[in-house]
Design a protein. Structure first.
Length: 508
């Protein structure tokens, strides 16, 4: 995905059409890759000047910035200084105050004096003064996952994903509906399946999957918008697919249309060079973790962590869905002794950070990591999801206990019907935090709180023999979406008639 400021769309004729890269942009993609590779060992500001030159020559500056944003995820920037910049500044400012710097000669004298109490020379100290500024950090490595063709393909996919950030509804037909619905459930999106009755025109499937967006929720969230974007990866892997989305374009409703006939595809993200065992472990873990139903979102390439004179970028971060809480995750694979020593040095400089480290047992450094107050998980071959999930659940129990402690013993919602999900979101807690709270004026039916008077009214309106669709329509009028739990509460069950629908009957 790209950030929204890099979105390129055409609104001509009232549409909403992403401006995709084409085959003719392949040389530009190659130049951006080459620019990164040619600036290894040089400060970021040099790289940014070279990219700015490319922007001036390109058809559209956002195209260059989009290519660059994708490549930067595979770039490593570090602070290159003989002494920690903060320490260098402190020494220099103290010496300057003692000398009384006015002229250039007095400045040089102050730097010499500041260097007397520490090991580096005056020149080294001067270079270190602002070496930790972002523009002065050095590009130490770039390992792009894509060749020029792959970068163009990834850009197109990312551009389409970004266009879906503001979708309020997505309608999809796919030749692989099973994989589509599975992904929707995994991403916890709300959906329904409609029969279109149209199998002409090469439609991939006569059923249309309709996924509703954040404006249909009680609270729109950035996380929900990104789930639409993540869903596109699954959609685009089908042989045949068609997507139509309703976009809220700053208050104007527009339609976005994509299909397998267009340029959106999922490129092969595996590097063309030899794959290291470590990155293979990371890719395997990310793929398996996405199938878990946890209250944690896995984020790749989280924000850098300052550690001494360098910057550490953990492999992943786990973001708790019910509050601003993050746990970083680092995988220490089959590394050289030198690299292990460097990583341990980085961990030494971390403070006030929650970190889980999966350690290849052959390294034998688990105890050293634990001694730094970080959670060490040993593994061989692959990281066990259960081990990671167990640690996350420990954090989760603490977070739930803290949020539950802030709640009163009783809650009396004003609504006649309210879901636990909505109530928890309103309170800024998880649903589990409501477990010990009582609701004197409501009955808990499934995961929904319902006043007894509403149950009485529904008991009078619903009767055996009613079609399921009619019963669901009645329940929706009361704001109840969990039809199965409510019908069971009233003493009914659903008798299914194939895939055509069902009938409400009394439970035996």
């Amino acid at each position: 995905m790209l950030t929204k400021d890099l979105l390129r769309v055409s609104r001509a004729g009232g549409g909403y059409r992403p401006q995709f890269a084409t085959r003719e942009h392949r040389p530009l993609a190659a130049r951006v890759i080459g620019t990164y590779q040619g600036h290894v060992g040089k400060p970021r500001e040099n790289l940014e000047r070279a990219l700015a030159d490319l922007e001036r020559d390109a058809e559209h500056f956002k195209l260059v910035r989009g290519f660059s944003a994708l490549l930067e995820r595979d770039a490593t920037f570090e602070t290159d200084a003989a002494i920690e910049p903060e320490r260098a500044r402190k020494a220099a400012f103290e010496a300057a105050e003692a000398v009384g710097v006015v002229s250039e000669d007095e400045r040089a004298m102050a730097l010499v004096r500041a260097a007397e109490g520490i090991e580096p020379s005056a020149d080294d100290l001067e270079r270190a003064l602002y070496a930790d500024l972002e523009e002065r950090q050095v590009l130490t490595a770039i390992e792009p996952r894509w060749d020029p063709d792959g970068l163009v393909a990834q850009y197109n996919l990312s551009l389409a994903q970004t266009a879906l950030f503001d979708a309020t509804e997505v309608r999809v037909r796919s030749s692989d509906p099973k994989a589509l619905v599975s992904a929707i459930k995994r991403l916890r999106l709300m959906y329904e399946i409609r029969k279109t009755g149209d199998v002409s025109g090469g439609a991939p499937d006569e059923r249309e999957v309709v996924v509703t967006g954040p404006t249909h929720l009680f609270r729109a969230t950035r996380r929900y918008g990104t789930r639409f974007a993540r869903l596109l990866r699954t959609i685009a892997t089908a042989d045949e697919w068609r997507l139509e989305a309703t976009i809220d374009d700053r208050g104007t409703e527009r339609t976005l249309e994509l299909s397998d006939a267009g340029p959106v595809r999922v490129p092969n993200a595996e590097p063309v060079a030899d794959v290291s065992f470590d990155s293979g472990v990371e890719a395997d873990f990310a793929a398996r973790f996405s199938n878990l139903d946890l209250d944690w979102e896995l984020a790749r390439e989280p924000a850098p962590l300052a550690t001494g004179t360098r910057v550490m970028i953990p492999d992943f971060a786990f973001e708790y869905e019910h509050g601003e809480f993050r746990v970083f995750f680092e995988i220490m694979g089959f590394w050289t002794p030198e690299y292990v020593e460097k990583k341990l040095g980085q961990l030494e400089g971390l403070e006030d950070v929650e970190l889980i480290v999966a350690v290849d047992e052959s390294l034998g450094v688990g105890e050293e990591i634990a001694a730094r107050d970080f959670r060490a998980i040993p593994y061989t071959g692959t990281v066990r999801l259960k081990d990671v999930a167990d640690v996350l659940r420990e954090y989760e129990r603490q977070l739930v206990a803290e949020s539950a402690a802030s709640l009163p013993d009783e809650l009396r919602p004003d609504e006649d019907v309210v879901s636990l999900e909505r109530l928890a979101a309103r309170r800024g807690v998880s649903e589990d935090a409501l477990a010990d709270v009582s609701f004197p004026e409501h009955d808990l039916v499934g995961r929904t709180l319902v006043r007894p008077s509403v149950l009485d009214s529904l008991g009078e309106e619903l009767e055996a023999g009613t079609s399921l669709s009619a019963a669901e329509a009645t329940l929706e009028e009361y704001g109840i979406s969990d039809s199965s739990a409510l019908l069971s509460e009233l003493g009914y069950r659903v008798e299914w008639e194939g895939l055509a629908g069902g009938t409400v009957v009394e439970r035996e």
